[in-house]
Design a binder for this molecule. Structure first.
Ligand SMILES: NC(=O)c1ccc[n+]([C@@H]2O[C@H](COP(=O)([O-])OP(=O)(O)OC[C@H]3O[C@@H](n4cnc5c(N)ncnc54)[C@H](OP(=O)(O)O)[C@@H]3O)[C@@H](O)[C@H]2O)c1
Length: 323
């Protein structure tokens, strides 16, 4: 699989990343040996398809996803050299640590450092390659975040930093306090969730009341921040649409199936190929735990959609042609 060089870093990452959210959710409760075996198969299939990038968060399955990957790494420490590992922090659940604690975001120095250290313990590794702030915290103090990032970097616990679900202005505000550049923004983008791309064609057009994401994709390109689309396959909804799916979703699914036939590839590859064709150099983070589907996702690297094919899919997803 082709790779991207992440700007401002020495990291060479696969164009498609693997997201570990479902691993703990799916296998977190079953017999540990079986869970470990399943997780090992997912890692091996991803690596053999060319994926070297693995995305985590402290909260995925309450830490169980990181623990399972950590178990596999403890069994075969040589795997670590073949993986770029990213995790996230900053989301806290209701009831943690006290019964009365509400659902919230927490970018305090104390929480960022403690969360990264806990991720390292669960993963059984010395250093995270990248740490992201998971969702924007309205109480964010850029200087306090900067102290946390500096301390983690100086202790050798995290190499690079980024964000997730941030707008352009939120990134600019945070960046003003930081000594090191943000290197990643992870955002929901897919054919069925294309607002960040659509806003670029909707500027100043009648009938688009909510074009409010403020040039986030352009900001990332201008500042060398790699955009990682999360839920890039809309959880399979455009691959195998539900019987009651809208006409728009059915139309997208039909178009994907038709290009998959024409290219002799998988439907997953076409849906991901639409993201990979974008000149921002998007790095979709896929989350299937099905080994055949992981292999089908990796096939996206081999196709390049034409402009006409890209717009045909885009127009189908928009439900109408571009203005
Ligand atoms: N930053 C954030 O706020 C945020 C939020 C959500 C997710 N994420 C990251 O993004 C990653 C991917 O998210 P995701 O799992 O929602 O993305 P996805 O790749 O769009 O969806 C994968 C899910 O869809 C199911 N699925 C059903 N049919 C499928 C098909 N034909 N092809 C592929 N998948 C199909 C999979 O089930 P099977 O396992 O049975 O195949 C799996 O549960 C996560 O693991 C996480 O790392 C980040």
């Amino acid at each position: 699989m082709k790779t991207y060089q992440l700007s401002h870093t020495d990291l060479q990452v696969s164009r498609i990343g693997y997201g570990c959210l479902a691993i703990g959710r799916k296998w977190g409760d079953i017999d540990t040996d079986e869970a470990r075996r399943n997780t090992t198969h997912v890692i091996e299939t991803s690596l053999s398809g060319g994926i070297n990038f693995f995305d985590h968060a402290d909260i995925y399955a309450d830490g169980r996803s990181e623990e399972l990957i950590g178990d596999v790494l403890r069994q075969d420490p040589s795997l670590r050299e073949r993986m770029v590992i990213q995790s996230k922090c900053g989301v806290r659940f209701e009831g943690s640590p006290d019964k009365i604690s509400p659902s919230r975001y927490d970018f305090s120095h104390e929480h960022i450092v403690a969360s990264a250290e806990a991720s390292l313990r669960r993963l059984g590794i010395e250093q995270l390659d990248i740490l992201l702030l998971h969702r924007p915290d309205p109480l964010m103090e850029p200087d306090e975040v900067a102290r946390a990032f500096d301390d983690l970097r100086c202790m050798g616990k995290v190499r690079y930093f980024g964000v997730s679900n941030f707008s352009a202005s939120q990134m600019a505000l945070l960046q003003r306090g930081l000594d090191q550049p943000l290197v990643v923004n992870q955002l929901e983008i897919s054919l069925l969730h294309h607002h960040l791309i659509n806003e670029g064609v909707a500027v100043n057009q009648t009938g688009y009341a909510h074009v409010g994401t403020g040039g986030t994709l352009d900001y990332c390109r201008l500042h060398g921040i790699r955009v990682q689309p999360w839920t890039p396959l809309a959880r399979g909804r455009m691959i195998e649409p539900f019987a009651d799916a809208s006409e728009t979703v059915q139309a997208v699914a039909r178009q994907i199936a038709s290009y998959a036939d024409a290219y002799g590839t998988s439907k997953e590859a076409v849906a991901l190929g639409w993201l990979l064709r974008h000149p921002a150099g998007l790095q979709p983070i896929v989350g299937t735990t099905n080994l055949q589907r992981i292999a089908d996702c990796c096939k996206a690297d081999a196709i390049e959609l034409s402009r006409e094919e890209w717009y045909t899919l885009f127009n189908a997803a928009r439900g109408k042609p571009v203005p």
